[in-house]
Design a protein around this ligand. Structure first.
Ligand SMILES: [Zn+2]
Length: 293
């Protein structure tokens, strides 16, 4: 039987979504099972649960790197989100805000939507001042709806906050992507943005699940048929920071299994974390690490 709006509201409340909260959602619509009204019903049910004082945000990533398949420059109103149908539906709503960023924009609806999505071009994709960092600053929650920690973008923010060196290594050269992206600015002009602190690979992030569970930081339950988890961004930061202190490669894939992570691993132990943009000397060191791979 198709899941109704009322059933979803009830499931979200049972999971722990509360009135007034800020929630960032990563989701798979299919995993819920059939939903009456589709993605819009999921969004409406969540907005009902957080209420008029609450905020709902989603990634609306586009990966408009130079060299990627997305050949057109990012345009805030028309470039589709690559992060799922719920995200694409949310960012298309008339009341939604979207951050202006060519690779890692976010969309939001609610009280903090404008605050969270402002000035993304002044930040790095998932660095300090980005929408997902503002989620942390505003003591927000992360909802994984039918998806795992491999989609949990805040872990990339936590890597930056924890100060690991490898965040400065652009690790997608093997896909022919370059660390720059084109976009249409607010005056309708095409611009190029250099991308620093580009998020890397996230396939090892599910290793964080047992650490989160051990500390009692995960609320877990079903939304329709979708196994789902709710957690505070601040708790996830604490776990990532502690794990990286012990092993700076903890959220990278095992050696030899992933080009992106191996290129990044090579930078662990390099000189201390530089400023943004990194000095030329540091850029050269990162290039050498790539060539050595
Ligand atoms: Zn990897």
């Amino acid at each position: 039987m198709a899941k109704s709006y009322d059933r979803l509201v009830s499931d979200f409340k049972s999971l722990g979504i509360t009135m007034g909260s800020l929630v960032a959602m990563h989701s798979s619509l299919k995993s819920i099972g059939q939903v009456e009204g589709g993605a819009d019903t999921v969004i409406d049910a969540l907005l009902e649960c957080v209420g008029p004082e609450g905020t709902l945000m989603t990634p609306a990533f586009t990966n408009c790197f130079e060299g990627s398949k997305n050949l057109d420059p990012f345009e805030i109103n028309s470039t589709p989100s690559l992060t799922g149908l719920i995200s694409e539906t949310l960012r298309n709503r008339h009341e939604a805000y979207r951050s202006l960023h060519p690779t890692h924009s976010a969309a939001a609806i609610g009280r903090l939507a404008g605050e969270i999505t402002r000035d993304h071009l002044k930040a790095t994709p998932l660095g300090i001042g980005s929408p997902f960092h503002r989620l942390y600053e505003q003591d927000g929650w992360i909802l994984l709806l039918g998806v795992g920690h491999n989609t949990n973008s805040f872990v990339h923010v936590a890597e930056v906050m924890a100060g690991v060196n490898y965040v400065h290594v652009f690790c997608w050269l093997h896909l022919n992507w370059r660390p720059s992206a084109r976009f249409i600015d607010e005056d309708g002009l095409e611009q190029i943005l250099d991308i620093y602190e580009c998020p890397g690979d996230s396939r090892a992030f599910p290793k964080l699940n047992s650490l989160m569970r051990e500390r009692g930081y995960l609320k877990e339950g079903l939304i329709g048929h979708a196994p789902s988890q709710l957690m505070k961004a601040s708790h996830l930061f604490e776990v990532v920071r502690d794990a990286l202190e012990e092993d700076p490669a903890f959220v990278l894939c095992d050696e030899g299994n992933c080009k992106a992570c191996d290129v990044r691993r090579a930078s662990i132990g390099m000189p201390a974390r530089p400023s943004i943009p990194p000095p030329d000397e540091w850029q050269r060191a990162a290039q050498d690490a790539f060539k050595a791979f």
